[in-house]
Design a protein around this ligand. Structure first.
Ligand SMILES: [Zn+2]
Length: 82
């Protein structure tokens, strides 16, 4: 009985190579992108992701401040909740 290799041996077939991180097309080894278009696309996505992450950090920060204020308010303004 011959065991079938489920993993495709791309390196044997094509030699060492990489894949474009954007569209997955085979690229020369150590090349992250197949074209300048894909590189621009990737950088755009990375920028968007970074912006979103910054926004979520700001949001978490605001939430934290609000929670602290909720707990601190009765002490800051005595008589507010009594
Ligand atoms: Zn590409």
């Amino acid at each position: 009985m011959v065991l079938q290799m489920s993993k495709r041996r791309d390196d044997d077939k094509w030699g060492p190579h990489s894949h474009c991180v954007v569209c997955g097309v085979a690229t020369p080894e150590n090349e992250k992108y197949c074209s300048a278009v894909c590189e621009a696309k990737y950088n755009q996505e990375a920028e968007k992701y970074k912006r979103q992450q910054k926004m979520s950090y700001i949001f978490i920060g605001i939430m934290g401040v609000l929670v602290i204020l909720m707990f601190a308010l009765p002490y800051l303004i005595p008589g507010l909740f009594s």
